[in-house]
Design a protein around this ligand. Structure first.
Ligand SMILES: NC(=O)c1ccc[n+]([C@@H]2O[C@H](COP(=O)([O-])OP(=O)(O)OC[C@H]3O[C@@H](n4cnc5c(N)ncnc54)[C@H](O)[C@@H]3O)[C@@H](O)[C@H]2O)c1
Length: 435
């Protein structure tokens, strides 16, 4: 069965199903189309299917022209009808893995996807999970659900692998195909076919001995970032008290050609990955009577950053004889990082909420997010529109929460009365304060 599958990969006749056409699944679909495979995108969100049919993008850094080019090949199809998964030789699952209200893994997306695919599982299919998750998910959650409707056995009748996504949206240096990809199978055969498939679209694959090892690799990468960002955030607060600029320190330290890697402070963690993924391990570690103290501590420090920023704003206003209560604040940036339109888990929402809670009147500007999207936690802000930055001078203080490159920071420094800059976007100046 392995050789038949490998042959289909080689002659590009294998049909690739991508389940979940978001930030991860859509670019991956386009890579497989580009490599000559027929691709079927599956998503429960019908609006995405309709937009793809019109080659209209819903992810800012994926231009509509790319979608049109994929449509023109006649090899890119999409549907919300999961019965069509039976047409596919490989099914790559890229659905969300958030935390629930108790900050525990919300496995519902993976479970629902597996349940939707289960009735149509057939012999010789490959299932590859890409969603970030705790070690053991592929073996303990995905395989049993895929097996239960048809009675077919994972590893014997069909292949199963885990291959974590390392997408970094809008990274100018790396894209889906140029980021090496870790692959782990539930058995040797699964690894072989998954590795061969990814090898057709990714510059380099990194096979590992099990699906759980691949799951753990992804978590370790993101825990590493989370802990180091917390470290630099903690140092920022200490150095600031000593009158030392953390940005100057980081820029000097990074000239060391070995043994140091720069991480930058900010107003708190954001995005779909770094604030969330580490807690998948924390949850699973409990099953093994193990604590993840670094993760907890990093989470605590990073979660405290918006409070620190608000206290700095209060100090800065106080020095001007003003109170935060009734002050007009313009927050620059709603996206969690620069040059993207992704506001998931953005610390800007927390900052907004804290500032309003202290009686400030807050508006925001974000050229990438003209209107606040619906969020579960901050539904009250949905629909509010971005204010034109030309009005910056009308505010008591401008808070730089995200450092989008398209902003004219020199002009902002001229226009604004006071600025609190959490990203080192502005040069030093009389009215510029770091936080
Ligand atoms: N965004 C990133 O930069 C990034 C990077 C690395 C890893 N990841 C991981 O990749 C996974 C996907 O993240 P994303 O950013 O692409 O999410 P996303 O929200 O952009 O996309 C997920 C898509 O899945 C669809 N979906 C939800 N439930 C579904 C179901 N039952 N069946 C079919 N489709 C369904 C949604 O409609 C959406 O289109 C997550 O586990 C995330 O942690 C994301």
């Amino acid at each position: 069965m392995k050789n038949r599958f490998l042959k289909k990969i080689e002659d590009r006749s294998a049909k690739i199903g991508i389940v979940g056409l978001g930030y991860v699944g859509l670019p991956l679909s386009l890579e497989f189309v580009k490599a000559g495979f027929p691709v079927l995108g599956l998503d429960i969100d019908d609006s995405k299917i309709q937009m793809l049919a019109k080659a209209t993008t819903y992810i800012r850094h994926i231009p509509s022209e790319k979608l049109k080019a994929a449509n023109d090949t006649k090899r890119f199809d999409y549907t919300s009808n999961f019965a069509r998964s039976a047409e596919c030789d490989a099914l790559i699952i890229c659905v969300p893995t958030p935390l629930d209200h108790h900050r525990e893994p919300d496995m519902s997306y993976i479970v629902n996807t597996a349940e939707a695919l289960a009735p149509y599982v057939r012999k010789e299919q490959l299932f590859s999970l890409e969603s970030t998750t705790y070690p053991g998910t592929t073996d303990e959650v995905l395989c049993p659900i895929l097996e239960k409707k048809t009675g077919l056995k994972a590893g014997k009748d069909f292949f199963v692998a885990f291959s974590p996504e390392r997408e970094d949206p809008n990274n100018k240096d790396f894209s889906t195909s140029t980021i090496p990809k870790v692959v782990g199978g539930i058995n040797e055969e699964s690894l072989k076919v998954a590795d061969a498939l990814y090898g057709t679209v990714i510059c380099k694959t990194v096979p590992v001995s099990s699906a759980a090892t691949a799951e753990a690799t992804k978590l370790m990468e993101n825990i590493f970032r989370c802990v180091n960002i917390a470290l630099v955030n903690e140092l920022k607060v200490v150095f600031d008290k000593m009158g030392i600029d953390i940005w100057e320190v980081v820029n000097a330290a990074k000239t060391k050609p070995f043994g140091y890697m720069p991480f930058y402070p900010g107003p708190g963690l954001g995005g779909h990955c770094i604030p969330i993924d580490p807690f998948y391990l924390t949850w699973k570690a409990r099953e093994f009577d193990s604590a993840t103290r670094f993760i907890e501590l990093a989470g605590e420090i990073n979660a405290n950053m918006p409070y620190y920023v608000v206290s700095r704003i209060m100090e800065v206003l106080n020095d001007e004889g003003k109170s935060l209560k009734n002050s007009k604040i313009l927050m620059l940036g709603l996206a969690y990082k620069k040059n993207v339109d992704d506001t998931r888990e953005s610390p800007s929402f927390k900052l907004w909420d804290l500032l309003e809670g202290k009686g400030a009147k807050v508006d925001y500007n974000d050229p990438y997010c003209p209107q606040v999207p619906k969020t579960r936690e901050y539904a009250k802000y949905a629909g509010i529109k971005s204010i034109d930055l030309s009005k910056a001078g009308e505010y008591d203080l401008v808070l730089v929460a995200t450092d989008h490159d398209c902003v004219d920071y020199k002009k902002l420094a001229n226009d604004a009365k006071l600025i609190v800059d959490t990203r080192h976007a502005l040069a030093n100046g009389k009215n510029v304060h770091r936080a």
